[in-house]
Design a protein around this ligand. Structure first.
Ligand SMILES: [Fe+2]
Length: 335
């Protein structure tokens, strides 16, 4: 009898151990493919809870040690930094991850790891802008661009991180002057997402928009004819490429093992899988993101946009300066 009970208990534990629970804010086809592949490869079942970024983090926080989540997958280093600050992650050690992911794209103590990379670039209207006239983010404050620039609101974390990079590089005063100068050149009151900026750009509302690269890829491959047509009217420009320039601003989508993960080993296996060459290629081909694994080349489409110098700032500094960036946006009226 005891033997039967023990074997049932062991069976239960092993069944329980053969799964991993993910809280994610990402909602892309690439991720669904990757979840399936991971289970096929390892036999580890994946349970996914998906919600918007603030909801998912709040839920994890409220559940505390009773949370079923083993992993939190989200976008933008600002959020990963915040999750670490809120004590939602635990540090992990992985020789493989440390070897393939450059140090600036992961937490140095192992609390979070970048899994994909995106650049925040300038896209321009091919009819009205000569790309030779483009140079840097800084140049967007030039009075010649009055009424020419489109971007999202200041509540958007991608813009917050871009401004945080200015603060980290040059200090608050210069960052504030930049934010003020750019907001004075807006073509309209910021509204919509990155794809909406490109739609407006192609319609002639402005000359330049600040957007993340994967949205360009999404529009290019859209089944919607008018969205596809948008990309025929716009060009991509990687700013700050000069010899003494810092490079184009990049950010990550990333993941961390939760503080109270019950399936810690499976969680680590999953992060390692996401950073494997096989998974990195899928991120790049299906969701138009750049690999974080330094041994993996971007997809053909991304390569066709050209290689570029990246701002190599330690990304945690963007999280560190996020609150200051939000304050500056409010002060200069970048709504
Ligand atoms: Fe996004």
């Amino acid at each position: 009898m005891i033997k039967i009970f023990l074997s049932i208990a062991i069976l239960f534990i092993s069944l329980h151990a053969n799964e991993v629970n993910i809280y994610t804010h990402r909602h892309y086809p690439s991720d669904k493919i990757l979840f399936k592949k991971f289970t096929q490869k390892t036999g580890i079942k994946i349970n996914v809870v998906q919600a918007n970024s603030d909801q998912i983090m709040k839920r994890l926080e409220e559940e505390g040690k009773y949370s079923p989540a083993d992993l939190l997958l989200t976008v933008d280093v600002g959020r990963l930094y915040l999750a670490k600050e809120k004590d939602l992650f635990q540090p992990i050690k992985s020789k493989f991850l440390e070897e393939v992911i450059p140090l600036n794209l992961r937490d140095k103590e192992g609390y979070w790891f970048g899994v994909t990379k995106r650049a925040r670039v300038l896209v321009y209207n091919l009819d009205t802008v000569n790309p030779k006239s483009l140079s840097t983010y800084e140049a967007l404050t030039n009075k010649d661009y009055k009424g020419a620039i489109l971007t999202q609101t200041s509540t958007n974390i991608y813009n917050q991180s871009l401004l945080a990079s200015f603060i980290a590089h040059y200090g608050e005063e210069k960052a504030k002057a930049w934010a003020k100068g750019v907001s004075e050149n807006f073509a309209r009151k910021p509204t919509g997402g990155d794809r909406d900026q490109m739609r407006a750009l192609a319609a002639g509302v402005a000359k330049i928009a600040i957007v993340n690269t994967y949205y360009v890829g999404q529009l290019m491959n859209s089944k919607n004819f008018s969205d596809k047509a948008v990309t025929e009217r716009i060009g991509i420009f990687f700013p700050n490429q000069g010899e003494n320039e810092r490079g184009t601003h990049i950010n990550i989508s990333g993941i961390g093992v939760t503080k109270y993960a019950k399936n810690r080993d499976n969680a680590i296996k999953f992060i390692e899988f996401l950073c494997s060459p096989e998974a990195q290629k899928i991120f790049s081909e299906v969701n138009y993101e750049y690999p974080v694994n330094k041994n993996v080349a971007p997809s053909k489409l991304l390569e066709s946009w050209g290689s570029f110098k990246e701002d190599s700032i330690q990304l945690y500094k963007l999280g560190e300066n996020n609150a200051k960036a939000v304050k500056i946006f409010n002060e200069v009226g970048w709504k």
